[in-house]
Design a protein around this ligand. Structure first.
Ligand SMILES: [Ca+2]
Length: 212
């Protein structure tokens, strides 16, 4: 399939513009986090604000006593606030229990079914400037299960380098109407720099895309 797509795209590149636009109009539109001419991103933050949707996590990390500060209080809403520098993270495992966040989840519920076509994530704790090291000091999602109603699909996310950390990644999803999108952490990439936050598995953003 990839070979056919390559041949078609090569042919499209060398033919006149008018014919090319006709061919592009009948080809299926790409549905990726970077190229989505026929899809739009649902404004999850606004849905939550209007009580037409809700987001929750299986747990949340609270560092110290700074409840309410997004640098320390990692609630699920921080994964839908369009800010790469804020992240949801489940609570740290209790001392003596296995390290990691396996089985923890973040879930988005809608009051009306949405026509799901694409789910994208900004993985890890994506900070800028001098704080970019924080990306390496926290764990990232590796294997995830996306559940929509009765359906579920699995994806292994890439372990992006610190320089590529702002790249959104696609999560495999079954297309179709759903009132639920749940992302469960099956496994994680450990932090690359040892620190007190090494056991925190972070998700900076999750997006849901539907037809325009
Ligand atoms: Ca965020």
């Amino acid at each position: 399939m990839a070979t056919i797509a390559l041949v078609v795209s090569t042919l499209v590149a060398v033919i006149p513009d008018k014919i090319r636009s006709l061919i592009e109009a009948i080809l299926p539109a790409p549905e990726t986090c970077q190229d989505h001419p026929k899809l739009k991103r649902l404004d999850l933050k606004d849905l939550v604000k209007r009580s037409e949707g809700g987001v929750q996590g299986s747990s949340k990390l609270v560092e110290g006593s700074s409840a309410g500060d997004p640098n320390y209080d990692h609630e699920a809403e921080l994964a839908i606030d369009y800010r790469p520098d804020t992240a949801w993270a489940p609570e740290r495992p209790a001392a003596g229990l296995p390290t990691g966040s396996r089985g923890e989840w973040i879930e988005i519920n809608f009051s009306q079914p949405v026509d799901l076509h694409l789910v994208c994530v900004l993985n890890g704790y994506t900070r800028t400037g001098a704080n970019k090291e924080i990306y390496l000091k926290n764990a990232k999602l590796r294997d995830v299960t996306l559940t929509t109603g009765a359906n579920s699909t699995t994806t292994t996310l890439e372990n992006l380098s610190v320089d590529s950390r702002f790249t959104y990644q696609e999560v495999n999803a079954n297309d179709g109407l759903t009132k639920l999108v749940r992302l469960t952490i099956d496994d994680y990439y450990p932090a690359e720099i040892d620190s007190e936050s090494s056991e925190d598995t972070c998700l900076s953003e999750i997006e849901v895309w539907v037809p325009k």
